[in-house]
Design a protein around this ligand. Structure first.
Ligand SMILES: Cc1cc2nc3c(=O)[nH]c(=O)nc-3n(C[C@H](O)[C@H](O)[C@H](O)COP(=O)(O)OP(=O)(O)OC[C@H]3O[C@@H](n4cnc5c(N)ncnc54)[C@H](O)[C@@H]3O)c2cc1C
Length: 385
């Protein structure tokens, strides 16, 4: 279905970014997949070319535009080019981390951090999950105890995207223990910076997919963090996360539909080329019906996602609509890519074919950013259940 979602300036931005991806990312992608990380310089190059910090005000070196369609078209180009593992670092930096800085920084903090975030010199990560607390965010145990003009931070985080590359980590910490009635109370957000004493990176974790993405454990041992690094008010962390998680979930939903479409496009080409029983795979009725179903599912999901992005831009996207988009689109991604791999036969299982990487990369989207089960919990809550 012809989309009417983008204006010419979005399309032009997307084309310019695609040229960047084809030149700076595609040729090196398999090397990064083997290395388990994308070099930091790629962020700086993306920043120089204007692809980071679209929503950061111009006075701090950003694009000064508050329109998530620019983020969306970047994610779509990453998926279409088949470099999602590496591209996730960029989308996390742009879509998920930046809003915490643009919304909650004081003027002094903005001056300190926003120019580097826009230029890609400062790479960002967000650290909520701990070994003992993932879905249950209120269960986090990392503490930040006030000591004079500092907080002393102790604890550990796990599964942190950009964990190795990050310079600024938005960390969810406990500034007080909360209470049995209010487990969410006492959570605060604090920026932990590269080079602070006691801040160690653990392993770059071995994963099923997303191999070029550095996902790491972070360990904090008596890290002295100046109070000037507190983001927003003490104890406001849970509310800040609740406010920003819908955009993170839309970022994941956008990527999921774009990955499904990327897989569909590749499969459509493949089945018209590959032959069995003297005919193309495309000529079998099963193939036609499978591809007809897939393209229908993608177009329907795209319509909902685009509408959610319009609502997000208007400041009216509800937590439950973002949750619907997240679980539905990521489940769809899994279904579609599985079917597309099947249509590739044995070649689909070979890592040299992009579809096999898409298959492995897809599995986590139903888990991170809130699992499908947690998303359904959010939706059912909106029904008063
Ligand atoms: C590659 C990768 C990157 C990640 N990046 C980041 C990051 O950058 N920052 C960050 O903070 N975190 C990150 N995460 C963590 C991710 O958000 C969590 O893994 C996720 O929220 C699930 O938490 P968990 O792993 O502790 O699973 P658990 O919470 O232990 O859940 C296990 C199972 O129980 C189910 N379950 C739990 N509670 C309920 C319930 N109430 N009702 C029904 N079912 C339930 C879950 O749905 C799941 O199926 C990342 C994870 C991965 C794998």
């Amino acid at each position: 279905m012809q989309r009417r979602h983008y204006e010419p300036e979005h399309e032009a931005f997307g084309e310019a970014f695609r040229a960047f991806v084809d030149k700076e990312m595609v040729p090196h992608y398999l090397e990064w997949e083997r290395a388990g990380i994308m070099p930091r310089e790629v962020f700086a190059e993306a920043g120089r070319s204007g692809f980071l910090g679209v929503s950061i005000p111009e006075e701090y070196g950003g694009g000064g535009v508050s329109d998530f369609r620019f983020n969306q078209i970047l994610a779509e180009q990453i998926a279409s080019a088949g470099v999602t593992g590496a591209g996730l670092g960029i989308t996390l930096h742009n879509d998920t981390c930046q809003p915490y800085f643009t919304s909650f920084c004081t003027d002094e903090q903005k001056q300190r951090w926003l120019p580097g975030i826009a230029s890609g010199e400062l790479i960002t990560a967000i650290a909520m999950t701990e070994p003992g607390a993932g879905s249950d965010l209120a269960g986090i145990r990392t503490t930040a105890k006030r000591d004079g003009d500092s907080y002393i931070v102790n604890g550990s985080k796990t599964f942190i995207t950009n964990g190795i590359n990050a310079d600024l980590v938005v960390a969810a910490v406990r500034t007080d223990q909360g209470s049995a009635d209010d487990r969410r109370g006492g959570i605060s957000l604090i920026i932990i910076e590269r080079g602070m004493d006691g801040f160690e990176r653990g392993r770059n974790l071995d994963k099923l997919g997303l191999h070029s993405q550095d996902t790491a454990e972070l360990v904090f041992t008596d890290v002295r963090v100046p109070v000037e690094n507190l983001l927003g008010a003490e104890g406001a962390g849970f509310a800040q996360l609740t406010q920003k998680l819908p955009q993170e979930r839309m970022s994941i939903a956008v990527n999921a539909v774009a990955e499904a479409r990327g897989a569909f496009d590749e499969t459509l080409r493949y089945v018209q080329d590959r032959k069995a029983f003297g005919k193309t795979i495309a000529s079998f009725q099963n193939t036609k019906y499978e591809l007809a179903e897939i393209v229908t599912e993608i177009d329907v999901a795209q319509a909902f996602v685009d509408q959610c992005i319009d609502r997000l831009n208007e400041g009216e996207l509800s937590v439950s609509d973002a949750a619907k988009a997240k679980w539905w689109c990521t489940e769809l991604q899994g279904r579609v890519i599985d079917k597309c791999l099947q249509l590739h036969g044995g070649y689909g299982y070979m890592t040299e074919y992009a579809i096999s990487r898409r298959y492995a990369d897809a599995r986590v989207t139903r888990i991170y950013g809130g699992t499908t089960e947690i998303m359904k919990g959010v939706v059912s809550k909106s029904l008063g259940l």
